[in-house]
Write a protein that binds this ligand. Structure first.
Ligand code: SAH
Length: 266
């Protein structure tokens, strides 16, 4: 009887322990939930990867602010131009030591005594070109390649000429790396335009000649627009918007600007 009792007691104890373990397990089950939630970020990663620009471009907010404060509040009204200025990563076109000023509204040195233009002026000149998809555009003065990238976002054929060989090479590499496959860069004196691909629907000159280069006027298509700063080097120049209508040339004085001079032996 005694032995039978102790067997019953052992069985009872074991049963109780099993019950206790079950109770503990059940009680702990909710505590395990955080482990489940912890695994959520890994599962959510594809969503994060789906918008690489949001994570890869820490400058997107400051770029939006630049467009709002220095362009929208002034006379840049072309929504397509504004959208492109919000998109093109200007910080990729400035030397590393000026990264913190990449979205400030002023020109910055790019070496060889040259500058990347002020963002507002880039937007203004682009707006004056009145580009539409399918237009063929020529730029004189590639510099960093920033203006060329802006143009390349608005149309599908961009040709750009730079007189300084190193700048032409660097800009070509940079534009290729950033995926601007619709831009052709050439090292040459842009005073003479780029005859091979003429006529152009739009021509933009981002250095200042002291007179309107006749070859550029000749390379304008009928209805084509030429935007060019003209004036003496080292002083204010006048920004002109020149339109070709058949044999007629219509010139409009837009504003005063300061550009580096157009050089070369013409
Ligand atoms: N559009 C450029 C601004 C460049 S500054 C940008 O977005 O960064 C003007 C550039 O014109 C300089 O790089 C200068 O070397 C170039 N330049 C000056 N005279 C030139 C000429 N005759 N032909 C082509 N480029 C010229």
């Amino acid at each position: 009887m005694k032995k039978g009792y102790s067997i019953a007691a052992v069985v009872g104890l074991v049963g109780l322990s099993i019950l206790l373990v079950i109770i503990v397990l059940v009680a702990c089950a909710p505590v395990k939930l955080p482990t489940w939630t912890k695994s959520v970020p890994t599962e959510a990663m594809p969503t994060l990867e789906a918008s690489p620009t949001a994570t890869a471009d820490p400058y997107s907010e400051v770029r939006k602010k630049m467009v709002r404060d220095t362009m929208r509040r002034r006379d840049i009204t072309d929504e397509q131009v504004l959208a492109v200025m919000e998109k093109v990563p200007r910080h990729e076109f400035v030397p590393e030591e000026y990264l913190n000023q990449a979205y400030a509204d002023h020109p910055l040195p790019i070496g060889y005594g040259q500058t990347i233009s002020q963002p507002y002026i880039v937007a203004l000149m682009t707006q004056l070109l009145k580009l539409k998809q399918g237009d063929k555009v020529l730029e004189v003065g590639t510099g960093s390649g920033y203006q060329a990238a802006v143009l390349a976002e608005l149309t599908d054929e961009v040709y750009t000429v730079e007189i300084i060989e190193e700048l032409a090479e660097q800009a070509e590499e940079r534009l290729e790396r950033l995926g601007y496959t619709n831009v052709k860069v050439q090292q040459a004196d842009g005073y003479y335009g780029w005859e091979e691909y003429a006529p152009y629907d739009a021509i933009i000159v981002t250095c200042a000649p002291d007179h309107v280069p006749q070859p550029l006027v000749e390379q304008l298509a009928d209805g084509g627009r030429l935007v060019v700063p003209v004036g003496p080097p080292g002083s204010y120049q006048t920004l002109w918007q020149i339109t070709r209508q058949g044999d007629e040339i219509i010139s409009k004085n837009v504003t005063g600007v300061i550009f580096v001079p157009l050089t070369g032996g013409h």
